[in-house]
Design a protein around this ligand. Structure first.
Ligand SMILES: NC(=O)c1ccc[n+]([C@@H]2O[C@H](COP(=O)([O-])OP(=O)(O)OC[C@H]3O[C@@H](n4cnc5c(N)ncnc54)[C@H](O)[C@@H]3O)[C@@H](O)[C@H]2O)c1
Length: 453
């Protein structure tokens, strides 16, 4: 059965939109676009500068953080920020589920005495919980770690509300979300507010050094590359009593493409982001395949996706991701050059460069823990020194590159970057989103039947 997510056109994605207009078009149910811009207007009218619009040079001034999405990564991200930064506080928490608030609050307070100050009325639950944080004038920085499907519009609204943002990856899962990200990036630059993203490898020393050496030409010109994110599986959450269809899909978000973008976007976007960095931007086209053999009933995810990406200069990059129990894992990127090859492995596994005879020319260990923290240090430093980092576009490009590969694999067609970013009408977010509502039966893509739109 074909996946409606790749075959049913939605509205609101065909022309460049302001962050607010995009939100309003895509998520009428929230009816928050006007409120969001009103807060910016109010800030300007009252002559109170947006907190990002002026340097916060005085490191005595505390930076107050609101967390949206208090799950595994949300807890990790706030821990990273409070560990690496001085004079920052966790000041508000929002999550769909009330029980998550207390759990993150307790865990964080235990580890970071003096850096957690969340009053009871700053603990928000429910589908509009994020909005309370955006409307809170006491919050300077918002960390987003919800399922990815919500990311583009939440980030856009945060930018409209004048907040500095940390956005976990991927930042979008479809062309409609990509356009919202591009508008939000532009708007943040105009506001003078920061957007740092959870692509930690961009700040991991062995990745930075290896890619610097590649760009300096240490082993000649780049000819081709491989990217692999292969593992033995991922979690699946069973339905709990009294959950609506939508509640259950959001709870089990990994397995629904409108929320996760499938494994190529949710997980392997790290490799894709690394490759876009190495190649200097996104690819020109994608052609791919894949399938589904072991997923539980009710999952829309494929088990494996393989894509040939062609980057400018006719450089071919072979991509593979897989989550199949009992298979051999591999999380690496190998770049083949005229004078040798460079391999950069995920996590702490390090990087090396060899010549054409296999003789090692350079190697370095990896420290992903330091990279996770560095992104939060860079964010807060950039806010404090009045030079806010805005890096959403690069991460949106990588997220969109993942969506491009998925579109090619799901439909069995060769898909160009130009088509996917300019002509595609694909918008996976449910048109009439209702957290308490019903959803169509989960369906998965079948190449040749699933339409390219
Ligand atoms: N950078 C990395 O290496 C890395 C690692 C892990 C996860 N992530 C990313 O972090 C994000 C979250 O992943 P996770 O593993 O923490 O998932 P999770 O399921 O553990 O947590 C998600 C949380 O968001 C909440 N939530 C869902 N919808 C919400 C909404 N609309 N508003 C408010 N809260 C909502 C859920 O209740 C849950 O507590 C994903 O985008 C994932 O890709 C990044």
């Amino acid at each position: 059965m074909s996946n409606p997510s790749e075959s049913s056109p939605r509205d609101g994605e065909s022309s460049p939109l302001s962050a607010n207009a995009a939100n309003t078009a895509r998520r009428g149910f929230l009816k928050v676009g006007t409120a969001a811009s009103a807060s910016v207007v109010a800030a300007l009218a009252s002559n109170r500068p947006l907190r990002g619009a002026e340097p916060q040079n005085n490191s005595e001034e505390p930076v107050r953080i609101g967390l949206v999405g208090a799950g595994g990564r949300g807890a990790g991200a706030i821990n990273d920020s409070l560990t690496i930064n001085e004079n920052v506080t966790l000041s508000a928490i929002a999550d769909l589920e009330e029980r998550k608030l207390e759990s993150v609050l307790k865990g964080t307070a235990k580890r970071h005495e003096g850096k957690v100050d969340v009053a009871e009325h700053k603990m928000h639950s429910g589908i509009d919980a994020y909005r309370r944080i955006l409307d809170d004038p006491d919050i300077d920085v918002v960390l987003f770690a919800t399922p990815p499907g919500f990311r583009p519009q939440y980030v856009a609204e945060a930018v409209d509300a004048g907040k500095h943002v940390f956005a976990e990856k991927p930042t979008c899962v479809d062309p409609a979300g990509y356009k919202i990200c591009l508008s939000a990036h532009e708007q943040a630059e105009k506001n003078g507010t920061a957007i740092v993203t959870g692509t930690q490898y961009r700040r991991q020393t062995n990745y930075m050094e290896a890619i610097k050496k590649l760009h300096e030409g240490m082993i000649g010109d780049i000819i081709a590359a491989t990217m692999r994110y292969c593992s033995s599986g991922i979690w699946f959450r069973n339905r709990q009593p009294d959950m609506s269809d939508t509640q259950y899909q959001v709870y089990n978000w990994m397995h629904h493409i409108w929320l996760s973008g499938d494994q190529i976007a949710e997980q392997a976007v790290h490799n894709i982001d690394t490759m876009n960095w190495i190649m200097g931007g996104p690819p020109e086209s994608a052609y791919g395949s894949g399938g589904r053999f072991t997923r539980p009933e009710g999952s829309e995810m494929w088990d494996n996706v393989e894509v040939d990406y062609v980057y400018p200069g006719n450089r071919l990059v072979s991509f593979m991701c897989r989550q199949i129990p009992g298979t051999q894992g591999d999380n690496s990127n190998t770049i083949y050059c005229t004078g040798g090859q460079c391999t950069i492995r995920g996590g702490n596994s390090g990087a090396s460069i060899v010549d054409r005879d296999g003789k090692e020319l350079w190697s370095m260990k990896g420290d992903i823990g330091a990279a996770y923290k560095q992104e939060h240090k860079d964010l807060i430093d950039s806010v404090r020194n009045g030079k806010p980092i805005v890096e959403l576009k690069a991460t949106a490009d990588s997220s969109m590159t993942a969506a491009l590969g998925r579109m090619a694999a799901y439909t069995g067609k060769r898909v160009t970057w130009d088509f996917a970013t300019k002509e595609s009408k694909l918008d996976l977010f449910p048109k009439d989103f209702d957290i308490n509502g019903s959803r169509p039966e989960p369906q998965f893509a079948v190449p040749g039947k699933t339409k390219l739109i």
